[in-house]
Design a protein around this ligand. Structure first.
Ligand code: SAH
Ligand code: SF4
Ligand code: F3S
Length: 459
């Protein structure tokens, strides 16, 4: 088999990261090897994100850049996958004729077949998005991924101790600002057995930590039958089943929409022992008026009630959220309510964004757009206060002993992660702990974005 080189660059969310792994695995199985250097690649894949205009612009400018690379290496094939590919389709090739393949979000599983067509027939756009799609099964073979090859620049570590498992694709929620229902299509859940089989295969390869992925995991099993008997089966059922797979030391999941967060799922933070005490629960805004316009279908008081319950079930739970500032029609008083919510919950951390118009979404048709300077000022105020709170929260850990999973060796020593998902630097540590090992660490210092600790000896 002729050996070809591929390069893949991933933008966007963890679902894209997992999709890139699947594409990489497909290619490895067909004689390709991966390189970190796009200039020597026979195939360059950009796995793209269109959640905000900025994400999309990055892709377009990189594609412009690749035009030159292809001039120097005419045999190079350029493939655009992911959410920009899904949304733009043939418009991408019209604008960028040097692109060979535009492959939609459900089509990545069939990458090899589409590449063969490109080789025979020239450029191709495949963006079919079906409502009744069945997500194919790809069992992981980690050892094929991320290998360093002598003649090529090695790929970054594939993080063999920690893996994402996609449990569903698509989204039916239609939050008015969001492009995902258009780029990922209708909600489709994977079959329980397929998921369990994938988790087992990962664990067999040495994976310790599993994160279950979906745009709204609480809808798992609601739109199609996932269990063999056809019996009803919830996300909490799945979580419990995955938690019982031998060897899963840590379990996480993302994302959960507050409107669908059930009491049963909240109780899992108390009852499921290997479920990490960390929860990402995007609130988006602290103003009920704005939440309504966003079509989020919950109020701030409902959100706060859930937070209270979560803390009752699991007092050490570390909470993070997503915030959008400058949604069309957001006035000063709405933004103040977001600031108030931040004070009430005191999130351990958050991802906050300026609202970005996405074509095809309902909010893009709303008048009352907020001025860019106002958005910038609000974002900066929110982020500064969040940084202060994160620091205060992190300081609460000083003096405590936490279980830390070793992740990698950086320039300044070992780096690991607590069950609460905080990065911990272990700068006094000389022992050769392998990635994936869990050790006890005493937290001695806290910064805004990470903690510092030393190995804790029980005697
Ligand atoms: N499914 C997840 C979110 C996926 S998108 C959920 O429902 O929580 C990740 C985050 O991007 C969102 O939570 C939101 O905060 C942000 N986002 C989505 N669309 C956006 C837009 N048009 N402008 C700015 N931020 C946006
Ligand atoms: Fe987008 Fe809302 Fe679906 Fe999340 S739940 S992906 S924000 S439409
Ligand atoms: Fe981006 Fe698509 Fe994920 S738009 S955030 S890559 S689902």
């Amino acid at each position: 088999m002729e050996q070809k080189i591929f390069y893949i660059k991933t933008f966007g969310c963890q679902m894209n990261e997992r999709d890139s792994e699947i594409m990489a695995q497909t290619l490895s199985g067909h004689g390709y090897i991966e390189s970190m250097n796009y200039q020597e690649a026979d195939l360059v894949i950009l796995n793209t994100c269109s959640i905000r205009a900025k994400a999309e612009q990055k892709v377009l400018s990189l594609l412009g850049y690749l035009r030159k690379a292809k001039k120097n290496r005419p045999s190079m094939k350029i493939c655009v996958a992911g959410c920009v590919a899904q949304q733009e389709g043939s418009r991408l090739i019209e604008r960028m004729p040097h692109v060979d393949l535009v492959i939609g979000t459900q089509q990545i599983y069939h990458l090899e077949k589409h590449l063969q067509r490109v080789a025979l027939e020239g450029s191709l756009v495949v963006t079919d998005l079906r409502d009744d799609y069945e997500i194919p099964q790809f069992l992981p073979e980690i050892n094929q991924l991320g290998r360093a090859f002598e003649t090529h620049l090695p790929c970054p570590s594939p993080r063999p101790w920690r893996k994402f498992v996609t449990i569903m694709q698509g989204c039916n929620n239609y939050c008015t600002y969001c492009v995902v229902p258009y780029t990922r299509g209708r909600e489709i859940s994977r079959i329980v057995n397929d998921i369990i089989e994938e988790v087992k295969a990962f664990v067999k390869e040495g994976v310790q930590e599993i994160t279950l992925l979906g745009q709204n995991v609480n809808s798992y099993g609601k739109t199609n039958a996932v269990a063999e008997t056809g019996a009803s089966y919830t996300f909490t059922d799945l979580l419990k089943e995955v938690s019982q797979v031998e060897g899963v030391a840590r379990l996480r999941f993302t994302t959960s929409n507050p409107k669908d967060l059930t009491d049963e799922l909240m109780r899992s933070f108390r009852d499921v022992k290997n479920l990490c005490p960390q929860f990402h629960l995007p609130v988006q805004s602290g103003s009920d008026r704005i939440l309504k316009r966003m079509n989020r279908k919950y109020t701030t008081s409902e959100y706060l009630e859930k937070i209270e319950k979560l803390h009752d079930y699991c007092p050490e739970l570390a909470l993070t959220t997503d915030i959008i500032v400058g949604f069309p029609g957001e006035e000063d008083r709405d933004f103040e309510e977001t600031m108030n919510l931040l004070e009430k919950v005191r999130f351990h951390g958050s991802f906050s964004f300026k609202y970005s118009d996405r074509s095809g979404t309902v909010a893009s048709t709303f008048a009352e757009k907020v001025d860019e300077e106002v958005k910038v000022a609000r974002l900066s105020r929110f982020q500064s206060r969040q940084d202060e709170i994160s620091l205060e929260r992190n300081r609460e850990y000083i003096g405590t002993v936490k279980e830390v999973m070793i992740e990698e060796r950086g320039l300044d020593g070992l780096r690991g992660r607590t069950d609460t998902n905080h990065i911990v630097h272990l700068n006094n540590c000389t022992a050769g702990h392998a990635a994936g090992t869990i050790i006890a660490v005493k937290i001695i210092h806290a910064g805004q974005h990470s903690l510092q600790g030393e190995v804790y000896n029980l005697h």
